[in-house]
Design a binder for this molecule. Sequence first.
Ligand code: PLP
Length: 424
Amino acid sequence: MKHSFTLEYAQQMDQQDPLNHFRNEFYIPFINDKPCIYFTGNSLGLQPKITQDKVVDELEDWANYGVEGHLHARNPWFSYHEMFPPLLTDIVGANQEEIVVMNQLTVNLHLLMNTFYRPNAQRYKIICEAKAFPSDQYAIASQVKLHGFDPATSIIEIKPREGEHYIKHEDILAAIDKHGSTTALVLFGGVNYYTGQVFNMPDITRAAHQHGAYCGFDLAHAAGNVPLELHHWDIDFATWCSYKYLNSGPGGVSGVFIHQRHATNKKLPRLAGWWGHNKDTRFKMPSDFDPTPTAEGWQLSNAPIFSMAAHRAGLEIFKQAGFNDLVSKSRELTGYLFFVLNEVNASFSQPVLEIITPQKQNEYGCQVSIMMKQNGKLVFDTLQKEGVIADWREPDVIRVAPVPLYNTFEDVFHFAEIIKRAIS
Ligand SMILES: *Cc1c(COP(=O)(O)O)cnc(C)c1O
């Protein structure tokens, strides 16, 4: 079907969308007495209506059982975290033994670098994307310093070319070729938080491995957004947060992938804690650490049950909707966003905006970054006034994420229509 930039068309698309009813499973914040256009699911996903019950279940069990809840709660806390790998295998493309849910994203980045960044005089560099999310930059620089190396010579940042917005794939491969023999770790985002660019994870991993370096990914903006095949792509490790696309609530618990060949290797160096210890002997409290031979062997502390209860609620909705179907809808919804933004441009004598997210298949997910050519802040303020929650990045970029679980074609239509009106 050929798209059109009309309300009737957008509403018709919503009527034909088999996933449209999942929107009713979420609380949509109100602005000006009506549901807002929520385009920041890439920053904090909305609250599923079932979340409250799941959290209250655990509060009740705590009230009813006290410490006995570890074994006698409806979902015993001792093994609570074990419910997550089956809910995540489709979303990240991994075996259950390769997945563990624990801690938070930046903490997990550090734990994983502790295992996979072991620099020596020959191999000490980390290759990463320029303008990575600040927390990742700080984490990487601090790890380099912790090992006695100099970030200025040890961190190789790959930038977009002069005058371009996103990074050329061949430039990433060229940098890995150039620095490969002195590189200990290639650590990239799966999706760049600023441009929405999806990196070619299997190619980057292959290139890193050809040079004998480990390869890991921060999937904060990828998990629950784009299809992932972490196991088949042979990635060494990855971590993600659950409060963006996975809707687990502010500060929600993070997820970790460790490839089977590493997860089963008890000799790999790591920071240890009692929850990573072999379950059969954990409560005998032996003095020597015997790691669980799965990704669970990297756990430190007992599980944060309330945060996990909220995470579980979000993942159960993903299971019902089916991740593949969500991805198909996401492509249509984002495709429609590209279309209406081009229509906005076409209605003026000169382009008023530029999409800085790559538009080739497999190079974008559901986040789109729009560079405004003039009066960007004014346009953004109008959007806000008219009930759109989006994200503003100085000096002139508006980031939006039409999320397939709860956003509609009508949301996309109104967004573009407000921009057009604001500029006229
Ligand atoms: C959201 C995000 C973070 C946030 O880190 P927390 O430890 O969860 O606070 C870190 N890195 C990236 C790339 C992100 O997108």
